[in-house]
Ligand binder design. Structure first.
Ligand SMILES: Cc1cc2nc3c(=O)[nH]c(=O)nc-3n(C[C@H](O)[C@H](O)[C@H](O)COP(=O)(O)OP(=O)(O)OC[C@H]3O[C@@H](n4cnc5c(N)ncnc54)[C@H](O)[C@@H]3O)c2cc1C
Length: 289
């Protein structure tokens, strides 16, 4: 379908972009367009104006900041991968080749992947296990929101009118982490279920353990060791089984073309087992069996 006529803006500053959004509430932010333009071509969105983030320099940055990494919302998955700054976050490195195709990864931005808030997006679980925080720019200033509170429903985020996701901050990369994705065709495919896990050890015991999953609830789900009651547990097959069971119980999947609710719930458990095993192995504590 040919797009209807619309007004296109390409501001060079955030303040200009926010003013344009406030002036025309029906306007939509355009980042890489791999979601929005597809929706417009399918007639599922018809914004009269687009406000592109392309020319706002600071939204493209990928920078080390202390022990962490700050990623501007308009950085593409390809930009982030090429920066090498998330190479140490093994879950991200696992995810990149599994997300879409090289062509899409060179257009798709991290901000677009988060703000589109699709229940099956790949970056949220990978960022959630690293305790990522979002920096939101708004007409009345900046606010920081933990990524775990950013999503409020299917295709709904906590962003208010006129607000723009400015950046995502990962306080520290997690080398002992992993991402496992199930899809009908494997890579280049939307997730049936995606599971990320991250662990840190304190000697022989678990200091921190997190799992997060996508495509099995209206929003991405994060479970941490404290909530699970597994702080100070000894890494073992039983521990992995208990986390897999807890995660499956938290899943609220739907049935659709890509799989039934029951199958998705099963995949959450399988994904947790595989991701946690890989994370423990990367922490130097492989678990047999
Ligand atoms: C063939 C194909 C395969 C795909 N495969 C996958 C896959 O495997 N995994 C996956 O997760 N996704 C996949 N996608 C979906 C898509 O590529 C991603 O969701 C992408 O990251 C969206 O980013 P974008 O920059 O293109 O966003 P856009 O399409 O430009 O924007 C998406 C939404 O976010 C809003 N938005 C964008 N940036 C901001 C911001 N900074 N602040 C506020 N709102 C903002 C826009 O207004 C719009 O509503 C696929 C898409 C296609 C076409």
């Amino acid at each position: 379908m040919i797009l209807p006529e619309l007004v296109y803006h390409a501001p060079t500053s955030l303040s200009e972009a926010m003013a344009l959004l406030l002036e025309a509430p029906a306007a939509r932010i355009l980042a890489g367009g791999t979601d929005l333009i597809v929706m417009m071509k399918e007639g599922r969105a018809a914004p009269p104006r687009l406000v592109s983030l392309r020319r706002i320099e600071r939204l493209h940055r990928v920078e080390l900041e202390g022990a962490g990494v700050t990623i501007g919302s308009a950085a593409t998955i390809g930009d982030i991968h090429r920066s090498g700054l998330l190479d140490g976050h093994a879950a991200f490195a696992d995810m990149v080749p599994l997300m879409a195709t090289p062509q899409i990864r060179n257009r798709a931005t991290i901000g677009g992947n988060l703000c589109t808030a699709a229940a099956c997006a790949d970056t949220p679980p990978v960022l959630l296990v690293a305790d990522a925080e979002t920096e939101i720019e708004g007409p009345s200033g900046q606010r920081a929101v933990p990524l775990s509170r950013f999503f409020v429903g299917v295709r709904r985020t906590c962003l208010q009118p006129g607000e723009i996701l400015g950046s995502v901050r990962i306080p520290r990369v997690m080398p002992a982490s992993a991402y496992v994705k199930f899809g009908v065709r494997g890579a280049g495919n939307v997730a049936q279920v995606g599971v990320a896990a991250a662990v840190t050890l304190d000697g022989e015991r678990v200091n921190d353990l997190r799992v997060a999953f996508t495509a099995a609830a209206p929003t991405p789900v994060l479970l941490d060791a404290e909530e699970l009651g597994f702080t100070s547990a000894v890494p073992s097959r039983d521990l992995i089984e208990a986390v897999a069971e807890a995660a499956s119980e938290r899943a609220r999947p739907i049935s659709d073309l890509r799989g039934s609710a029951g199958y998705r719930r099963h995949l959450v458990g399988v994904g947790v087992r595989r991701a946690l095993r890989r994370a423990f192995a990367r922490a130097g504590r492989p678990i047999d069996g």
